[in-house]
Design a protein. Structure first.
Lengths: 430, 194
């Protein structure tokens, strides 16, 4: 484990260096060298289907360690997106975070795939993928986020607590894409939802057939049955050839490899939603179906594990999002939350999508604490850790417990990064 | 009653007036194929808390014991105590009002129908769907009996399984299934529920 861990650190350091935050001692200025002769590209022919440069090598990382894990060790449930190297707001599909509860993507032939809608409907129908593509399509920017993203408790909380945590460790279970498909309301209109129906149950085609109950009100509002991601077909690990998109709600709702929608009159209490995703209160009761993800932001540069190479100018930049709507405001503090400055928001700013923010900053070599907090268009403000623990009736020590089963999802506290005098950046949540 | 609680939601999205339109001829012609009864049945694997979709068949703990030994014990342990390979299915009872509550099947799961549904769709791994309805009733009876939730002789079937009350059924907020769907009515706010 420790050797894997250090391999991973080595890797991240290289990644950070490539991103322009050189590792090592502080220098006074730029020392960039240009190769005298730029060689032409390698032997592989990339004219038919492109690949990134061999110098770009950031990857998804499993929640437990680098993938693949050693045979016989615990299964890895979460693969985190390298937010420290994110550019703009779109996550490249091959770097989109993955959670499939341990199930591997099925190898689905799209010509044989479709989605059946049945239950409390006037007409039970199976729509083939081809038929779904005949319908008027929409493309929308939306983030996806695991309800355990950035949570400090639970199994996924382990890597995010340590001072050496990167933003991939702390917040890598969110990504953002342009999703293309048809509104679920359109398909539900085709089958005719009957009086008395109030929920749908969505089911995937993978082994284990993940199932999720979703209120009909949400299904009719803004859900999509998507076949496209960032201008191409969904990647297999993102649900190829068809997935559900439930904008702004916990990732578990966004059923991949979608094959069935069952219209019913109550939540069906499938395994994940009724036994794994409720979050426990200290009084022994559990909240279930918390659904919407709250407003959250995080600085991606400079962030944990990176190294400021010189005094001088930096843009502090990061991502903000909210399941409640569009981001209206992001503020940044360089003094641990005593004072705040409005950051600039980059266009486009879409509802329930990542929004990129930036603030010009000059580092004079002092130790500083960098934080961001966002406000969405409902007026909801990202809470401090103190506000969150008070709301939950726990203290910060709660999150220092060893991996517990008492994971509280939807953790959206402000994330502090400490910049030390030597330019190193570390996780300062606790 | 559930319909009336849903109506205000429809109104919010301006759909109340169209609810009759749900029943009209679809706007996009010749899309979608009507599956056969058998196809629907083969695909319809969802078992809700009322157990309406449960198939015929039945089983007891005694019958389940044998199936468990041959098909489940290798991963879940001879007595369902769990192993490195799979979670505990028997035991783990204890108070939930601690920072580290035990979320085992016996201590935490609210509905017995979920056990049936989950075994049917996901167990044993790589041979999902290989068990008959009666096998699954028997396995569910075995697990529930070993957890002291049902008596040894109880026969589980489509009628009796949904009536089994799990120890933590009342441990969730909101309690009534009818009250879950509206985040607003529950007092949830900006991603956090009370």
């Amino acid at each position: 484990m420790s050797s894997k861990r250090s391999l991973r650190r080595q890797f991240l350091k290289n990644g950070a260096a490539l991103a322009g935050f050189a590792a090592g001692a502080i220098s006074s200025g730029s020392t960039t060298l240009f190769a005298a002769d730029t060689p032409s590209a390698g032997a592989k022919d990339l004219h038919a289907y492109g690949e990134r440069s061999r110098f770009e090598n950031d990857v998804r990382i499993g929640s437990l360690a680098l993938w693949p894990i050693v045979p016989g060790s615990r299964r890895d449930y979460g693969f985190r997106s390298p937010l420290q190297d994110s550019i703009g707001i779109i996550t490249p599909a091959p770097l989109h975070f993955i959670i499939s509860h341990g199930h591997e993507p099925p190898d689905i032939d799209p010509r044989e795939h479709g989605v059946m809608i049945h239950g409390m409907v006037d007409r039970t129908l199976i729509f083939s993928l081809d038929e779904i593509k005949r319908l008027p399509s929409v493309s929308r920017l939306h983030f996806l986020e695991c309800h355990g993203n950035s949570a400090a408790a639970g199994i996924t909380g382990e890597p995010r607590k340590v001072p050496s945590a990167t933003v991939q460790d702390t917040h890598g279970l969110t990504s953002c894409s342009v999703w293309t498909g048809v509104p679920l309301s359109l398909l539900l209109g085709q089958v005719g939802v009957q009086k008395g129906a109030s929920w749908i149950v969505a089911e995937g085609a993978e082994t284990g057939k993940h199932t999720k109950s979703i209120p009909l009100e949400k299904a009719m509002d803004d859900c999509l049955v998507a076949y496209g991601q960032n201008g191409e077909a969904l990647r297999p690990e993102q649900g190829y050839p068809l997935r559900l998109l439930v904008p702004g709600w916990q990732g578990i709702n966004n059923v991949k490899w979608l094959r069935r929608i069952y219209v019913v009159d109550q939540p069906y209490m499938a395994m994940m939603e009724s036994t794994k995703y409720p979050s426990a209160r200290l009084d022994g009761k559990s909240r279930w179906f918390e659904s919407e993800m709250g407003p959250k932001s995080v600085i991606t540069r400079p962030s944990g594990g990176q190294q400021l190479s010189a005094h001088g100018f930096y843009e502090i930049t990061g991502l903000a999002w909210s399941g409640g709507g569009a981001i209206r405001r992001v503020e940044v503090s360089v003094d641990g939350g005593r004072s705040w400055k409005d950051a600039q928001l980059q266009q486009p700013i879409a509802p329930k999508a990542h929004t990129r923010f930036g603030l010009s900053w000059t580092w004079n070599g002092e130790e500083v604490m960098l934080e961001s907090r966002c406000t969405d268009d409902q007026g909801h403000v990202q809470p401090t850790l103190a506000e969150l623990t008070k709301f939950w009736g726990v203290d910060a020590d709660y999150f220092r417990l060893p991996p517990t089963t008492a994971d509280m999802g939807n953790f959206n506290a402000i994330q502090p990064w400490k910049v030390s005098r030597d330019g190193s950046v570390s996780n300062a949540l606790f | 009653m559930r319909y009336s609680s849903f109506l205000p939601a429809l109104a919010v999205f301006g759909l109340a007036a169209c609810s009759a339109a749900f029943a009209q001829a679809p706007g996009y012609s010749n899309l979608g194929r009507t599956p056969s009864k058998e196809e629907i049945q083969a695909w319809n694997q969802s078992i809700g808390p009322q157990g309406k979709e449960l198939p015929p068949g039945s089983g007891t703990a005694k019958q389940g014991e044998e199936i468990f030994a041959s098909k489940c014990a290798a991963c879940h342990g001879a007595n369902g105590e769990g192993s490195q390979l799979a979670p505990r299915l028997v035991g783990g009872r204890g108070p939930l009002n601690t920072p580290t509550p035990s979320r085992t099947l016996a201590n935490y799961w609210p509905f017995a129908t979920t056990i049936w549904d989950y075994i049917n769709r996901a167990m044993p791994p790589k041979q999902e769907g290989s068990l008959s309805g009666s096998d699954i009733y028997a396995l569910t009876a075995f697990i529930l009996y070993r957890n002291d939730i049902i008596p040894e002789g109880q026969v589980l079937d489509a009628a009796s399984l949904p009536k089994v009350k799990m120890p933590n059924r009342d441990g969730f907020i909101p309690d009534r299934l009818e009250d879950i769907h509206s985040l607003r009515a529950r007092g949830c706010n900006a991603g956090h529920c009370p």
